[in-house]
Design a protein around this ligand. Structure first.
Ligand code: HEC
Ligand code: HEC
Length: 200
């Protein structure tokens, strides 16, 4: 009896050790997006609460290098201080890892970034948004089920970079978004960005 008990304890001990050694794929992401997915760096988007579909599709886009991959510095964990980019961090993820990460971040709670915006520009941006964008980015771009990222309450510097990348043809624009974005002048971008920053 005692002997058997001893053996099963050893078995439990071994399985615990191997479980601890198999790295959780979310750890690598938490290095920049934080464990709760609420980013504290204005160039790094908050992922918490986005739909699993948008997250997994987007990770797939980075695996195909379909989106720009600006270099960024890891702020948490073992690799703190090192530099890498989105294309490198996702390149070896399996489909199962991607599903796990997407599920994990979609289950976190979206917290809007604390940032100040210019009221006059935000009012102008709101008019543009309501006219051209709210059909797909409903409620100011805060609804996960739209499967189109978050706009309202997302970090303004991140959004500005995305709008410029879309306009410059560096990030593919969804086919149906293109005609609407074509109506946005480059000089309208600050207004849109300030509006999204003002969504509380
Ligand atoms: C070194 C920092 C860093 C690490 C580590 C990192 N990211 Fe990112 N991530 C970024 C930056 C910076 C951007 C914005 C890139 C841009 O401006 O185009 C981003 C963008 C994203 C986006 C796009 C969000 C959107 O709204 O479209 C997703 C999804 C994402 N990361 C997921 C992940 C996942 C999953 C991991 C872990 C496997 C990860 N990131 C690890 C820095 C990082
Ligand atoms: C026909 C639907 C549609 C319309 C209209 C539309 N969008 Fe989008 N938008 C999308 C989809 C879908 C995505 C996700 C793109 C991807 O997967 O890369 C997106 C993504 C974005 C993103 C990137 C979000 C992120 O997290 O990185 C921004 C910024 C954006 N749209 C801004 C706008 C603005 C500004 C307008 C109005 C001028 C607009 N969109 C109109 C469908 C639309």
């Amino acid at each position: 009896m005692n002997k058997l008990f001893g053996i099963s304890l050893v078995a439990v001990g071994l399985s615990l050790t191997s479980g601890a050694l198999a790295a959780d794929p979310v750890e690598a992401c938490a290095g920049c997006h934080n464990k709760d997915g609420v980013s504290t760096d204005s160039k790094v988007p908050t992922l918490a609460g986005m739909s699993a579909k948008y997250l997994s599709d987007t990770i797939g886009d980075y695996q195909k290098k379909a989106r720009p991959c600006p270099e960024a510095t890891v702020i948490n964990g073992d690799k703190k201080g090192s530099k890498t980019d989105m294309c490198q961090v996702v390149k070896d993820l399996s489909a199962a890892d991607i599903a796990k990460i997407a599920q994990y971040y979609s289950n976190q709670t979206y917290v809007k970034a604390k940032q100040t915006s210019d009221a006059a520009l935000a009012a102008k941006g709101k008019d543009i948004h309501v006219k051209l964008c709210d059909k797909c980015h409903t409620e100011g771009g805060t609804v996960a089920d739209d499967d189109s990222g978050f706009l309202g309450g997302q970090w303004m510097p991140y959004l500005e970079a995305q709008l410029k990348d879309f306009k410059a043809g560096k990030r593919p624009v969804p086919t149906k978004m293109k005609p609407k974005l074509d109506e946005v002048q480059d000089s309208d971008i600050p207004a849109l960005v300030q509006y999204y920053g003002s969504v509380k």
